[in-house]
Design a protein around this ligand. Sequence first.
Ligand SMILES: Cc1cc2nc3c(=O)[nH]c(=O)nc-3n(C[C@H](O)[C@H](O)[C@H](O)COP(=O)(O)O)c2cc1C
Length: 178
Amino acid sequence: MKILVAYASAHGTTGEVAEFISNNLAVYGADVVHKAVETVESVKEYDAFILGSAIHEGIWLRNMMLFIDKFEAELAQKPVYFFITCIRIAEADGYDHVMKNYMHAPTLEKLKVRNVNAFGGAIQLKEIDWNERWTLGLRYDGTNLQSRLNADYRDWYAIGAWVTSIAKDLAIKPVMSA
Ligand SMILES: Cc1cc2nc3c(=O)[nH]c(=O)nc-3n(C[C@H](O)[C@H](O)[C@H](O)COP(=O)(O)O)c2cc1C
């Protein structure tokens, strides 16, 4: 089975999550490729898709939307799974809030996404410019922004568990070496 893990990432965090997902899926003998969405030229050759975007200003990155617009007909014919990375999830009501506010239901329905998940992301102030800081400060919809900065909220165990559930859904089994 050939699987594409396609990600939209502004600062690399989501790309690393995609790489981790890809490495995890390889255990199941899947032929997995992880790529930034803007570098994907064709999706015909894949049997399943895991799509992931960072959240900026409460929405998916533009490159993810462009990718979906371009390939939606082909994506919808195969199993699709979707995740986001964000920092709002680290607050007390985080998971429910981001699942309700950061997921665009019409797009997920259009692609017939089988499973959706949200994971903590990471942010380093030194890596974001003043324009981004301004945007983040102005548009962030949580209450406790300062303590959310310069932190890595990625829960690799939760991401790994999600990959296991995807493998189960795709009915692929671990490949044992002889
Ligand atoms: C300009 C900017 C805006 C952001 N807006 C939000 C937001 O609205 N809600 C949120 O939870 N996280 C927000 N974040 C945090 C990112 O979603 C998080 O850091 C993510 O892991 C970044 O992924 P990336 O490194 O792949 O770009 C924002 C980050 C930046 C730089």
